[in-house]
Ligand binder design. Structure first.
Ligand code: PEP
Ligand code: MN
Length: 338
């Protein structure tokens, strides 16, 4: 349920309505907008008596939200959410590119790649320190040592850091070192991890599960927002289909669907979405064209020696090419890039 306050409603009236809602055992989520404040209600198991609320001073209207997701839905919050990652704004006019290796392998590797992607116009550096690998015998990441290398990258280049948290035991550690906590495809429905990531209040990059419907994807985002963390960035990273010419099938139609259904920003990951280096640039172009708010791209200075996901890593030269193409398309779409 969504309460629309009158344009002239005062902050005191909004507070009053919130306390009435809380006194009914429900949770109020005030959302100030350009013209008026809306107040979302969650926690109701059945229909709420709207007459009590309508009788409050300053209440203009009540809208019954039909979708199972509330806080993530555009019905609740009609304007685009812009997530401010320490000065880098995702979801506004800027098309934000995150780039870096799949895994943090060494200090030297990260410095080489970071210097390059920074020069090319990336704003956020990616790199996994905790790696969710299909095989328990594969490289699992440098863990805290990797997080320290990422923090050095931030200090040296001013890049913001996005890195994955794989479990509830280490999510707070990841939060301490990073600017954005990544929740990977394999953990999209790990509800205790989603809640804990939400509780950190840090921006969270939530990747779509490899066989998740868009409703399941948005419900996972709802878990984070239900912890009073509005800083959620969604990421389409491909789903599993019968097609075998790519690692996954990048579901580009998810992007306009999400933009219409939710106010949250959504970026695209054509690296995991295709798994093939030479398909990353074409799918990046397409991602911007369908309305993505940014990209997350794997880059390695020596992909043949990468400890994970080498076949999909762009070389630094290819990344330059990608950024130049993105800047050209951004002009046509009235967006800024790099
Ligand atoms: C990654 O970003 O390196 C990763 C493991 O991605 P995903 O969770 O989308 O597979
Ligand atoms: Mn990877």
């Amino acid at each position: 349920m969504l309460i629309v306050m009158a344009t002239k409603a005062t902050p005191k009236m909004v507070d009053e309505v919130c306390s009435v809602i809380e006194s009914m055992g429900l949770k109020a989520h005030p959302m100030p907008g350009a013209l008026r404040t809306a107040i979302g209600i969650t926690g109701n198991k059945s229909q709420v008596d709207s007459n009590i609320i309508l009788a409050q001073e300053g209440v203009r209207d009540i809208i019954h939200v039909t979708k199972p997701f509330k806080l993530v839905s555009r019905e609740f919050y009609p304007e685009n959410s812009i997530i401010d990652v320490d000065g880098v704004k995702i979801g506004g006019p800027e098309f934000v590119v995150m780039a870096g290796p799949c895994s943090v392998e060494s200090r030297e590797q990260c410095m080489i790649v970071a210097e390059h992607v920074h020069k090319a116009g990336a704003k956020i550096f990616r790199g996994g320190a905790f790696k969710p690998r299909t095989s328990p015998y594969s490289f699992q990441g440098l863990k805290e040592e990797g997080l320290k290398i990422l923090a050095e990258v931030r200090d040296k280049f001013g890049l913001k850091i996005v890195t994955e948290a794989v479990d509830t035991e280490t999510v707070n550690l990841v939060a301490d070192y990073s600017d954005i906590i990544q929740i990977g495809a394999r953990n999209m429905q790990n509800y205790s991890l989603l809640r804990k990531a939400g509780q950190t209040k840090k921006p969270v990059l939530l990747k779509r599960g490899m066989s998740a419907t868009l409703e399941e994807f948005l419900m996972a985002a709802e878990y984070i927002m239900a912890e009073d963390n509005p800083n959620v960035i969604l990421c389409e990273r491909g789903v599993r289909t019968f097609a075998d010419h790519t690692r996954n099938t990048l579901d580009l139609s998810a992007i306009p669907f999400v933009k219409r259904t939710s106010h949250l920003p959504i970026i695209s990951d054509p690296s995991h979405g295709t798994g093939v280096r030479h398909k990353v640039i074409p799918l990046s172009r397409a991602s911007m064209a369908v309305g993505a708010d940014g990209l997350i791209i794997e880059v390695h200075h020596d992909p043949a020696k990468a400890l994970s996901d080498g076949p999909q890593a762009l070389t630094p030269d290819m990344f330059d090419d990608l950024m130049n193409q993105m800047r050209s398309i951004a002009k046509v779409l009235d967006r800024e890039c790099g």
